[in-house]
Design a protein around this ligand. Structure first.
Ligand code: HEM
Length: 206
């Protein structure tokens, strides 16, 4: 891919990723966040955090499908960092707008409310991934260790999905689409790696 196309695609990705945040700011400024502004902010940021995390997980399987898609790797870090960005605003919304920094309620929530525990686990797993996302950190940690550490992203996404299911009312199926997407990605990776290894072995044998 040439430089111009890459810059255009990166700009479009930035615009798409910042879209939900810009909309929230606009709604905040114009006082149109709806009847429950706190919930609106929490739901929008939580959903986009999980969506972007799952999109970042789709990059590797897509690259394994075809070598012509190898350029997609240039977008993985961007999507992952935007997922962390939304997750951080989501957590801040909870601490500031829901709890008003009441640490006693936080202590109760983090020990007694299972959906908060799952959300907190997801966020905790994302922190070391975001912290080691720079090229400097990759060099410092070492490629192999870095790859191993970044497998945590799957666990973070699973915790995010559990958090989502435990947050919705019984019978509400809104988390289903992202759950199916994550299940496909979790299955696709080992299957595609196996196919690719077999292809390479055959090519070497010929
Ligand atoms: C300490 C960490 C977290 C806390 C305290 C937390 C808290 C919450 C709360 C209170 C809600 C419900 C909002 C409402 O009904 O008004 C919610 C919803 C949600 N959260 Fe979290 N969350 C955390 C981390 C995460 C993370 C890391 C993700 C994503 C990876 C996430 C994804 C979601 C999703 C998808 C929803 C539901 C959105 C919807 O229904 O459209 N949360 N969270």
């Amino acid at each position: 891919m040439n430089r111009k196309t890459l810059i255009t695609l990166k700009t479009l990705t930035w615009i798409a990723c910042l879209g939900p945040f810009a909309l929230l700011v606009y709604q905040g400024v114009t006082n149109t966040l709806g009847p429950d502004p706190t919930s609106n902010i929490a739901l929008t940021t939580g959903y986009n955090a999980l969506l972007l995390l799952i999109l970042s997980l789709a990059i590797t399987p897509l690259r394994l499908l075809s070598t012509r898609l190898s350029w997609l790797i240039k977008f993985r870090r961007l999507l992952g960092l935007f997922a962390f960005f939304y997750a951080s605003i989501h957590l801040a919304t909870y601490l500031v707008l829901y709890l008003n920094f009441d640490w006693n309620v936080f202590k109760t929530d983090i020990t007694k409310r299972r959906f908060i525990i799952a959300g907190f686990a997801a966020y905790t797993l994302l922190v070391p991934l975001a912290a080691t996302s720079t090229t400097w950190a990759i060099r410092k940690v070492g490629g192999k260790q870095w790859n191993r550490l970044h497998k945590l992203v799957y666990l973070a996404a699973i915790c995010g999905i559990i958090h989502y299911w435990w947050q919705v009312k019984p019978g509400v199926l809104s988390p289903m689409n992202l759950t199916i997407a994550l299940a496909i990605l979790l299955l696709a990776r080992p299957v595609l790696t196996f196919i690719q290894k077999r292809r390479t072995r055959r090519a070497v044998a010929v």
